[in-house]
Ligand binder design. Structure first.
Ligand code: AGP
Length: 611
């Protein structure tokens, strides 16, 4: 996700753009830039947040009545000055910003290289911009026509804003798969990823649709389709406030990110998983696939929620790849002088890619000859750069301190790696492999189903919000989910909660059980289900209050539970991506009911970059 802003009209463009970018920083913040036009193009861009860009260009020529600005969430090319947007074409005559992924950019880039083009960045954006310029030059056509022709060749998602050095008032915009809003003022127009950059100037907006092109001047907005047919812009009046927009209409970032999960899991699988062809394409892993396959040991190293993802991955890798897997808290692994053998594979799991314990743990392991794979969300982060290879989770910026969408994206990536390696190794049958690919492809829809059937959880939160303690129990793949559910509740509502393997209760913790103790079972239908049902009966017999995450239609578990939260049927290996969702919501709504700051819980930070 990136944030884009544009303006053309009588006002000074720069202040509007820079303020708009600050409002869009929740969409991405690893580099920023602006392009202004006053007799030529002035482009200012750098790695870092908007405020850093602002400080770096004080005193520069910022006068202009037209401009575009961008705050980046890197997908191609790590965060750096050279990869920051806006990009300029080879001639320097065009400047463009882009939000999205051009999936066939490599092919377009090769065509341009064959025509003598060179590139100053690693981005797909620069390729598209030069492709547009090449078409304009070759066909001797208008910029608008060149954009239309180019976009017909493009596959992937985009929203682009384009300016030319020889046109002091026109911004050309187009979208497919990424959001674009145009604010309609009096003799001026605003453009943005959402309405937050324009709300203080106008509440009259046009939402541009996929495959539409907008030619925007101060006093004219022309909307066309890629077939060059004029469309009538539908102007609507917004009646929402600024704060609500940044959260996409949700009350908190945490809730927004929970509900983003159908899309973020889909984004994680996109371009990698092909259930029809039976292929998993992970270029970042490919070159080490043999070493992973032949590894004697894989060590998952992480903290917190990412550690829980590693625990799920342990069960998946051992089941599918028959490779010994250990899961280590990074803070322990870095200090206890662990045995590291050459050829060991370390998988570092981290949303932020900046967790100090995880970073140092892999530095140590790397110096001892281990192969480091990073499963990271923030592109170009320290852990990503420290790793030999890896795969990004593409979950977009996770603003809420409690990790939610990053967790399910981590599971999706780790599952794809395990499937790939297991298939290469022959430790999984073709049939099971193909079935799991097909089921994995259906997970985004099943996540959406789970969210759609979660309406009762808010009432559950109201019912249990005053409990002093919670137990979370699960077996097998759902044991780490029990731990994750307990962590979510602790860090959001400040209620003490513990996760345990369900069978572990009789070794002590069952002494805690009485009529005041809510016990949450993660009890989806799997090969451990019968045993979990027995554990439920043990708790019920001691008057514990049983709340269960169950598979839709599981009457047995429902009959033993005071309250249930339902998920659809799924292979047990994939079930954690579903069974965690109700627990995320339960924690969110209990925290809310207790008046906690669910996006910024006390004592916590989003990224623990200190020991
Ligand atoms: C999870 O909700 C917490 N915010 C925390 O445990 C987090 O998972 C942990 O600090 C690891 O962070 P990372 O994934 O960015 O490395």
């Amino acid at each position: 996700m990136c944030g884009i802003v544009g303006y053309t009209g009588p006002r000074e463009a720069y202040p509007i753009i820079i303020k708009g970018l600050k409002r869009l920083e929740y969409r991405g913040y690893d580099s920023t830039g602006v392009a202004l036009q006053n007799g030529g193009l002035n482009v200012y861009k750098k790695k870092g947040k908007v405020a850093e860009l602002e400080d770096s260009i004080i005193g520069k020529n910022l006068h202009s009545h037209i401009g575009i600005g961008h705050t980046r969430w890197a997908t191609h090319g790590e965060p750096s000055d050279r990869n920051a947007h806006p990009h300029q074409s080879s001639s320097g005559q065009l400047a463009m910003i882009h939000n999205g992924i051009i999936e066939n950019y490599n092919q377009l880039k090769q065509e341009l290289i064959n025509k003598g083009y060179t590139f100053s960045s690693d981005t797909d954006t620069e390729v598209l911009l030069n492709f547009i310029e090449e078409i304009k030059k070759n066909n001797d056509c208008s910029l608008e026509e060149a954009v239309r022709v180019a976009l017909k060749r493009v596959t992937g998602a985009y929203v682009i804003l384009l300016m030319s050095a020889d046109d002091p008032e026109t911004i050309i915009a187009a979208r497919k798969g990424s959001p674009l809003v145009i604010g309609v003022g009096k003799g001026e127009h605003f453009l943005g990823s959402d309405a937050s950059p324009m709300l203080e100037y106008t509440k009259e907006v046009v939402y541009v649709n996929d495959y539409e092109l907008a030619i925007v001047k101060p006093d004219e907005l022309v909307l066309k389709n890629l077939g060059n047919e004029k469309l009538t812009p539908y102007v609507q009046r917004l009646d929402i406030e600024l704060a609500a927009i940044e959260k996409g209409g949700y009350e908190h970032f945490m809730l927004k990110e929970i509900f983003e999960q159908p899309q973020t899991v889909y984004d994680c699988l996109r371009g990698r998983l092909d259930a029809v062809e039976g292929t998993i394409t992970m270029s970042g892993i490919q070159q080490y696939a043999e070493q992973i396959m032949n590894a004697n040991r894989i060590v998952m190293v992480a903290c917190g929620t990412s550690w829980h993802a590693g625990l799920v991955a342990e069960y998946i890798f051992e089941e599918l790849c028959r490779i010994n897997v250990e899961v280590e808290y990074a803070s322990e692994f870095r200090y206890r002088n662990p045995v590291i053998n050459k050829g060991d594979v370390i998988i570092a799991i981290s949303q932020s890619g900046e967790t100090a314990d995880t970073l140092v743990a892999i530095e140590n392991a790397k110096s001892n000859g281990a192969i480091i794979l990073g499963v990271v969300n923030v592109v170009g982060s320290s852990i990503a750069r420290m790793s030999h290879a890896g795969a990004y989770t593409h979950a977009g910026p996770e603003i809420g301190v409690a990790s939610t969408k990053a967790f399910t994206a981590q599971l999706a990536v780790l599952t794809m790696i395990a499937l790939k390696i297991g298939y290469m190794k022959g430790t999984i049958t073709q049939k099971r492999y193909m079935n799991l690919l097909k089921e994995l492809q259906e997970i985004p829809e099943k996540v959406a189903w789970t969210l759609k059937h979660s309406d009762n959880i808010k009432a559950l939160a109201e019912k249990y919000k005053d409990a002093h303690d919670f137990l979370y129990l699960g077996r097998g793949y759902n044991f780490p989910v029990a731990l994750e559910g307990a962590l979510k509740l602790k860090e959001i509502s400040y209620i003490h909660a513990e996760g345990y393997p369900a069978a572990e209760m009789k070794h002590g913790p069952i002494a805690l059980v009485d009529e005041n103790l809510p016990v949450v079972f993660v009890a989806t239908k799997d090969s451990f289900h019968e045993k979990v049902v027995s554990n439920m009966q043990e708790i019920k017999a001691r008057k514990g209050r049983v709340i269960s995450v169950i598979t839709e239609g599981d009457e047995t578990s429902a009959s033993l539970s005071e309250d249930v939260m339902v998920v659809p049927e799924a292979d047990e290996i994939l079930a954690p991506m579903l069974s965690v969702i109700p627990l995320q919501l339960l924690a969110y709504y209990i925290g809310l009911a207790r008046g906690c700051d669910v996006d910024k819980p006390r004592n916590l930070a989003k990224s623990v970059t200190v020991e």
